[in-house]
Design a protein around this ligand. Structure first.
Ligand SMILES: Cc1ncc(COP(=O)(O)O)c(C=O)c1O
Length: 447
C-alpha cells in the first residue's frame, strides 16, 4: 500500500496530532546557514522531527492502535522511529532502479563490512571466514540451541532479560533457567551463587550485552567471571550483542569475544546485527561468529539463511557509510535517556527510572503506581475467570493505554524479576517522549 494512501486520521488526534503538526512546521537551524557554507559542513541529521510510521504495518504503532482505542504514542517493542540514514535510502533506491530480483550471491565485501565496522568502532578482530549470516539473531540463537542443547536442556539467562529468548528456548524444546539479578541502588547485578548453581545443571547460557531490558553494559570482570564458571561446567556462552552500539555517555561496551582469556572466548558464539543500530529489523539480516572452529562448524551445519537483496544492500550501506549518522544519533539518544529520567522521576508519581548504561530502552519501576491502582487486586479478580493468566503489569499496560493513550511493554514478559516493571522505548523524537510522559502525568493526576 502506498504511504500516501494511508488513512492517518485516526492517529492525528489530540496531543499526538499537535506533536506531529508542530513538527511539520519545525525549521532545522541549518536552514539559516548560507547554502555555500552548508556544502562544506557535514550533514546534520534531523532526529527531532517526529516521523509518522502509522499505517505501515509496523508493530510499534499499528499493533497498539489495533488493540486499544485512543493510542497516541507507541512506546513498545525495540525499533526506532527515525527516518532511515540517507545512505541506506539512497542505496535501496539505486538498487530498485535495476528491475531484476534474481538469486543473490554473497561476495566477501559483505563480511568485510562487518569486520571493518567492529574493528573501526571496537577494535574487535573478527575473521571474515568465521562470519555466518542469518535472517536475524533469533534464527542464529535457535540454530545454536538446536545444536548444543538437546530437548529438555536448561538454558541459563540473567533475568529480567529479553522476552524473545523465552520464545527461542521453547522453540528449541528447552527450558528457561532464570538467574534472577539483584538490584543494588537501582542497578542490576549478578547473584553469583545462584548463577553457578544454575550453570552447573545447564549446558548453554544466553548472555545479553548490553542487557535488554535493564540496559546493563557488562564489564570485562563480570563477563570473565561468567565465562570462567561456564567453562568449568561445560556450558557454552551465546553472547547476544545486538544492542552493542547503544552506549550511554561515560559507559562502555566490551565485546565478549575481546576478553583476554582465549579459553573463555573459544567457549562462546557472538550474535550481532546492524538491525537495532540502523532500525533495519524487517530487512532480516544478522550474523554470528566464533573463534572456536569446531563449535562454529557444528552450529553452521544447522543454519540456513535465505537473505534478500534489499536486506543486504541496506546493511552494506549502513555498515560502510552509516558511521556519521549513528554518531549523531547516539548523543541524541543519550539526551533522551537524561530527559526521560528527569521527567519521569519528577512528574510520574509511583514510577522510578534509573538511566540505563546502554540500549535505548528505559526499564521503569512502577511498583508504587501499580499499588496505587491496585493492579494486583484487579489481576487476581480477573484471573478467577480469565483463560490466560493476567498479571499486574497487564493491568498497568491496559491502564496507561486506556487512560493516557500510551503503550508500554509489561515487565513480567522479561522473566523472573520483571514484575513491578514496564519497558519504555526511547528510540524516538524527544517530542514523542515528552508527549507520552505528559499524557501519563495527566492520567495519574486524575486518579
Ligand atoms: C536482545 C535482543 N536480541 C535479539 C532481538 C531480535 O533480533 P532479530 O530481529 O535479529 O531476530 C532483539 C529485539 O528486540 C533483542 O532485543
Amino acid at each position: 500500500m502506498a504511504l500516501s494512501n494511508l488513512d492517518r486520521r485516526s492517529f492525528l488526534r489530540g496531543a499526538g496530532a499537535s506533536a506531529l503538526l508542530t513538527a511539520a512546521t519545525f525549521e532545522p537551524a541549518m536552514a539559516k546557514v548560507p547554502s555555500v557554507l552548508m556544502r562544506s559542513l557535514p550533514e546534520d541529521f534531523d532526529f527531532d522531527s517526529p516521523y509518522d510510521r502509522v499505517g505501515t504495518d509496523c508493530i510499534k504503532w499499528d499493533t497498539p492502535l489495533a488493540t486499544y482505542d485512543g493510542i497516541q504514542v507507541g512506546m513498545g517493542i525495540a525499533d526506532m522511529d527515525f527516518r532511515a540514514a540517507p545512505c541506506i535510502t539512497e542505496a535501496l533506491a539505486k538498487r530498485c532502479a535495476h528491475e531484476n530480483w534474481g538469486y543473490l550471491r554473497r561476495p566477501q565485501r559483505y563480511s568485510q563490512a562487518v569486520v571493518d565496522w567492529n574493528m573501526r568502532r571496537y577494535g574487535l578482530e573478527i575473521d571474515p571466514e568465521s562470519i555466518v549470516w542469518t535472517t536475524g539473531v533469533h534464527p542464529g540463537i535457535i540454530a545454536a540451541l538446536q545444536t548444543l542443547a538437546p530437548p529438555g536442556t536448561r538454558v541459563v539467562m540473567n533475568t529480567p532479560t529479553y522476552n524473545g529468548f523465552y520464545t527461542d528456548v521453547r522453540f528449541a524444546h528447552n527450558v528457561a533457567e532464570d538467574n534472577e539479578m539483584q538490584v543494588v541502588d537501582g542497578r542490576y547485578q549478578i547473584d553469583w551463587d545462584d548463577f553457578e548453581r544454575r550453570v552447573r545443571r545447564s549446558n548453554v547460557f544466553i548472555l545479553c550485552n548490553p542487557q535488554n531490558p535493564t540496559g546493563n553494559c557488562w564489564s570485562a570482570d563480570d563477563m570473565t567471571r561468567m565465562g570462567e564458571i561456564c567453562l568449568e561446567h561445560n556450558t557454552v556462552v551465546l553472547s547476544d550483542e545486538i544492542h552493542c552500539d547503544f552506549v550511554s555517555a561515560g559507559e562502555k561496551y566490551t565485546p565478549f569475544a575481546s576478553l583476554p582469556n582465549r579459553e573463555i572466548v573459544d567457549n562462546s558464539l557472538t550474535f550481532k546485527a546492524a538491525s537495532k543500530t540502523f532500525s533495519l529489523a524487517a530487512m532480516k539480516v544478522a550474523w554470528y561468529f566464533s573463534t572456536n572452529p569446531t563449535l562454529l562448524a557444528r552450529v553452521r551445519a544447522n543454519t540456513r539463511a535465505d537473505l534478500t537483496t534489499l536486506g543486504m544492500e541496506a546493511n552494506y550501506a549502513a555498515l560502510t557509510e552509516g558511521d556519521e549518522w549513528f554518531d549523531q544519533l547516539s548523543p541524541y539518544l543519550d539526551a533522551n535517556h537524561n530527559f526521560a529520567e528527569k521527567e519521569i522521576n519528577s512528574r510520574l508519581e509511583g514510577i522510578r527510572y534509573t538511566k540505563a548504561q546502554g540500549t535505548y530502552l528505559a526499564w521503569l519501576d512502577v511498583n508504587g503506581f501499580a499499588e496505587a491502582i491496585d493492579a494486583a487486586g484487579i489481576a487476581a479478580r480477573e484471573n478467577e475467570t480469565a483463560v490466560t493468566q493476567v498479571t499486574p503489569e497487564n493491568i498497568v499496560q491496559r491502564w496507561f493505554a486506556n487512560q493516557a493513550g500510551v503503550y508500554l511493554n509489561p515487565g513480567h514478559s522479561y522473566g523472573t524479576g520483571g514484575t513491578g516493571h514496564m519497558r519504555m522505548n526511547l528510540g524516538t523524537s524527544r517530542q514523542m517522549i515528552g508527549t507520552a510522559i505528559e499524557k501519563m502525568a495527566e492520567a495519574i493526576a486524575r486518579i
